[in-house]
Design a protein around this ligand. Sequence first.
Ligand code: KMH
Ligand code: ZN
Length: 276
Amino acid sequence: MDKLIITASICGAEVTKEHNPNVPYTIEEIANEAKRSYDAGASIIHLHVREDDGTPTQSYERFRACIMAIKEKCPDVIIEPSTGGAVGMSNDERLGPVFLKPEIASLDCGTCNFGKDDIFVNTESTIRYFAKKMVEFNVKPEIEVFDKGMIDTAIRLYKEKVLKVPLQFNFVMGVRGAIDASLMNLAFMEASIPEGSVYTVTGIGRHQFTMAAMAAAAGGHVRVGFEDNIYLAKGVIAKSNGELVEKAVRISREIGREIASPKEAREILHLKHKGE
Ligand code: KMH
Ligand code: ZN
């Protein structure tokens, strides 16, 4: 089994300081949270950015500033900008960070309800448009799936040569409106991806660490962070993303699986370091 790659989703677009005062907004706060996560064992930072007042933005300039600040503190960490942005953003707005040519970026492969009243819209035309832009800018897509049908969409795009192997998936499990977080569903998702693919598991809310444990045991990889969960344990607000990463590291080491460095993660994911 490969070493475990930990992705830290440090900021997200929906979670706020009202939920957890430690959610980062400013460039300095985002860079500090990335550093805490990296020091704890994260090799990938899944990055959303905010204006100083917390408003989510996909601005090229804001991403550039945040990425530079993160690289200053952790030069070798893998930075994976989001192209999901926040619900309601336009496609071209969402694509902003792709023009920075990161090594990797998220590619959301379907539409789903997102919480009580929101819909996260990713039509097939949108997915194709984003995938083609990523190929053009030499950015590896991490295929975000919130439901099993999104895996099938990705496979269709791979068969049409829009996406290239090895495919890299992130199974987001437990969003209200999409696939639930359970062992049975994880086994189903894992069995549905092409051989040779790599997958990460993101358990939402209280499912974060149960799903992390299952993924670590099954040979998948793990994502933790404020974007997905703000609690270290029931009723205990996490002081930083670093605490969440530390817990994922403890779980993995307890079952005998070591943690991948950024260099090892690049090897597992077939990424090329584009560091200046
Ligand atoms: N903020 C969500 C609507 C991604 O990063 O690609 C979508 C999201 C997925 O976070
Ligand atoms: Zn995200």
